[in-house]
Design a protein around this ligand. Structure first.
Ligand code: SF4
Length: 440
């Protein structure tokens, strides 16, 4: 019997020829990522269990990324970043993407921004490796053919000390996407479609493997959008087999050797789901669950108060290029917040052009609020002074990944998850809007 891509990675990581779903195995970890929200807790567990003077298992295999609550005057949030900094110095952690000057983040060459996109941009997401992160959207890196999943602080503290973790091998659900993607659809529509079909618990503790010609034709950033939201269906990890697109992306970012794995033809999948993407339409996830899917055009009577384009899911360079396509030469009707995921995406807003104008020129001319400093910002609510935070019972169309009550701040706020096209089109009308109204 063959194995799936994920099973092969886990077999290698546990030094076994074969592993099976349900089997408990010890895996050797290639990379551990933690950030300012969970890092202090992880460090606390590590020190408690391994001793105050203990050294981490490998100072070159831990990545510390302050990204969540960075641009705030909240003292506890700032203290969290200080704890990461002290620990990085104490342990000589090689990859600590520090921010030292919050007032002028551009003067911080080390600062990156949202962990999942920073990991990719800095070349940490390599095929065939095992990445654990103290963040549920660590599954984002599955786009590179990596086994990547979120864990809690206790597991992360254990990895810090040992470089190992005991896990159960997940079974794999296969999602085969074929057909030409219509020019009004984005990866966000595809994943919202899938989550709407299987529900927020539809892939609980399973791998979601995305395959098919549509997936093969997606850019790395769009592939990340698919894998990023595997956790919104309860998935243990999302994954896409590496190919030339993957290698092109990695070439300039890492020179570490890696090994790609592919599901065998006779691999046993838990289930297989096929889509003809040419038949799909732009969708949103209505409040208050990512599986509460509706066609965007069915929600055209939903009046909105703001639009938010940002996060690891919807704040990458491609996401802004897609939004700019719709916003160019138009005027927004509601406050429109732009939060680039990383410092690199921020730079791209001022250098990448669409039809002769930089993305930022297009956004400012359209009346959007000036792009914010790169961070998680209001995706996770955050302290009261967080940029874009929902502080009242407003309605927002957002390119983020979660819309549970209180996710972006105020509990009574309503969040419609959407693609950058749909978010931009909605900004232009003040209602949830199908982007086809503005695309050709
Ligand atoms: S941008 Fe949002 S989903 Fe992504 S890591 Fe930050 S808080 Fe989590």
């Amino acid at each position: 019997m063959g194995m799936t891509l994920t099973e092969k990675i886990l077999a290698k990581a546990s030094s076994q020829a074969v592993v099976e779903p349900g089997q408990n195995i010890w895996v050797n970890v290639d990379l551990l990522m933690t950030h300012d929200v969970c890092g202090p807790g992880t460090i606390g567990v590590f020190k408690r269990e391994f001793g105050a003077e203990a050294k981490v298992w490998d100072s070159e295999k831990i990545v510390l990324i302050p990204d969540h609550y960075i641009f705030t005057t909240d003292v506890r949030a700032n203290r969290n970043v200080d704890i990461l900094r002290d620990f990085a110095r104490e342990q000589d952690i090689k990859y600590f993407y520090d921010i030292t000057d919050r007032a002028d983040f551009k003067a911080n060459p080390d600062y990156k921004g949202v962990c999942h996109i920073a990991l990719a941009q800095e070349g940490h997401t390599r095929p065939g490796e095992v990445l654990f992160g103290t963040d549920s959207h660590t599954c984002n890196a599955g786009a590179f053919g990596q086994f990547a999943t979120g864990i809690g602080n206790t597991d992360a503290g254990f990895i810090m000390g040992t470089g190992k973790l005991l896990i159960k091998v997940p079974s794999t659900m296969q999602f085969v996407l074929n057909g030409t993607l219509p020019d009004y659809l984005l990866a966000k529509d595809l994943i919202l479609q899938i989550i709407g079909d299987i529900g927020v618990a539809g892939a609980t503790y399973r791998t979601m493997e995305f395959a098919g010609e549509t997936v093969q034709n997606l850019t790395m950033e769009e592939r990340m959008t698919l894998c990023n939201m595997a956790i919104e269906a309860g998935g243990k990890n999302g994954t896409i087999a590496a190919d030339e697109t993957t290698y092109d992306y990695l070439r300039s970012r890492t020179n570490k050797p890696y090994e790609s794995f592919y599901s065998d033809r006779d691999a046993k999948f838990y289930s297989s789901h096929s889509y003809d993407v040419s038949q799909l339409e732009p969708v949103v996830a209505k409040p208050h669950s990512p599986d509460n899917r509706a066609l965007a055009r069915e929600c055209s009577d939903v009046k909105i108060d703001r639009v938010y384009i940002g996060s690891c899911t919807g704040g990458k360079t491609t996401d802004f290029i897609n939004a700019a396509q719709i916003l160019k030469g138009q005027k927004v009707k509601v406050p429109t917040y732009l939060v680039p995921a990383t410092q690199k995406v921020y730079e791209d807003l001022f250098t990448q052009k669409h039809e002769g104008q930089t993305l930022s020129e297009i956004f400012i001319e359209a009346g959007c609020i000036e792009p914010a400093a790169p961070s998680c910002a209001a995706c996770l609510g955050g302290p009261k002074d967080t940029f874009g935070r929902m502080n009242s019972a407003e309605v927002c169309v957002s390119t983020t990944n979660r819309n549970f009550p209180g996710r972006m701040g105020e509990k009574t706020a309503q969040i419609y998850l959407a693609s950058p096209y749909t978010a931009a089109a909605s900004a232009l009308t003040g209602y949830v809007t199908d982007p086809r109204e503005f695309l050709g």
